[in-house]
Design a binder for this molecule. Sequence first.
Ligand SMILES: Cc1cc2nc3c(=O)[nH]c(=O)nc-3n(C[C@H](O)[C@H](O)[C@H](O)COP(=O)(O)OP(=O)(O)OC[C@H]3O[C@@H](n4cnc5c(N)ncnc54)[C@H](O)[C@@H]3O)c2cc1C
Length: 464
Amino acid sequence: MGEELIGRLIERLGEGSVRTGADIPPNNCVDASHLTPVTPRAVVFPRTTEEVSAVLALCHAADQPVVTQGGMTGLAAGAHPGEGEVALSLEKMRGVEEVDPVAGTLTALAGTPLAEVQAAAEEAGFLCGIDLGARGTATIGGNVATNAGGNQVVRYGMTRRNVLGLEAVQADGTILTSLNKMMKNNTGYDWTQLFIGSEGTLGVVTRVVIGLHPKPAAVETALLAAPDANAALAVLARLQARFGGELLTFEAMWSEFIAVAVTRIKLPEPFAERHDVTLLVELGTTDKERMTDVLGELMEEGLVADAFLAQSGQDAARMWAYRESVYEYGQFQGNQINLDISLPRGQIGQAVEDLRQLGASAWPAAVQVIFGHVADSNLHVVIGPLDGGAGYVTPADKKTVDAGVYEVVRRHKGSVSAEHGIGRLKRAYLGYSRSPAELALMRTLKTALDPKGILNPGRVLEEA
Ligand SMILES: Cc1cc2nc3c(=O)[nH]c(=O)nc-3n(C[C@H](O)[C@H](O)[C@H](O)COP(=O)(O)OP(=O)(O)OC[C@H]3O[C@@H](n4cnc5c(N)ncnc54)[C@H](O)[C@@H]3O)c2cc1C
């Protein structure tokens, strides 16, 4: 059956678009979650929506499980192949097809890297509201599938808020087209919203229409020191009250994060003294004077202990280097556990203290840092190998850390995934953040749209 299916896939797509065995690129065997690589039964590289439809129709008829792959930057192991799966890569479905300046929209094929989408929007005088560290490799289809967040969610929302229309292919090969460019379109159920964040379990996204934004006339960047989490949240509230939608970015890095940036990544100490929370703030304003006044007020009130305002693009890049230093941890530790959680804003200070205590008692030798998109209630916790060495985290390490951290999340009524999704890695903990009735509804939807369960089996929900 397997060989017969491969033969049909080759017949339909051509030999160059179906790879098997040793011919499969290593990149299709592992995603950024760094699980042990698995070679799928085959990888197919369709070039058109019709070819995606043909692949799914053939796999559906053969009860063949399929995993959809975008840029493979996902951190929840959703695109990581399982034994015997056919991987459907969107790599050859790449390109921005249209920027419509009147509608303020951009239409792209799902395999287009986010950075290309951003560049096309900028070239046309607009801004793409989706941005994240993996922009060079992550695809717009992957961003839609994971409902990605990132650096400017406080201003532009998650991917969901930026998507106006989609084209997608269902498990049996049926093509669904709603390349809507209108802000208002209340015509019954909006299936496109259901597909956003469904992590490839309900269908394969092939085209995306995103709504573009005007570019801010100027962006001011500042690095602020706050004495503690509550002061940081008070700073956030003040900036939102005084600058409203001009607040573009509000990132927090706790002191352990800065310690690693200074001692391991060799960045200079950001302030004369180390403070508990370092904030990276961007405001889309031309009113630098107002910004200086507000920072002055915050310093007088003791909510900000020290502050630097970038005077140039180079200064701003130096400030961003702290936040992005986390992507360089591979230099001193093999890999690490990346946890992405949400907490109600009012719980963040206590939850950080709980996580610090947990780390100190349960994995004292490990590097543990906390940072995140605090304005979006989103914290990232990065933990290195529990023996403190430079090796790889073991599955046992991961289990210990997950159980400990997600228990803190549950206690504070948070979410086990803020932006990375559930994939395979968080499936066991979905019930910490969703009720039995919600899980039953998810199962009903999955069964209705993919009755044979061939799409990304075992991701988000247990296999039926
Ligand atoms: C350095 C780094 C920084 C990151 N920063 C952020 C961040 O700030 N915010 C954030 O949200 N995430 C972040 N991520 C995670 C990751 O980049 C996002 O989840 C991204 O949206 C995944 O896109 P991708 O194309 O790489 O998808 P993949 O990793 O290939 O796939 C992810 C999931 O989507 C499914 N999928 C992919 N394409 C499609 C499609 N066309 N149709 C249907 N399903 C599909 C896959 O099956 C899988 O379940 C970061 C990752 C790295 C490595």
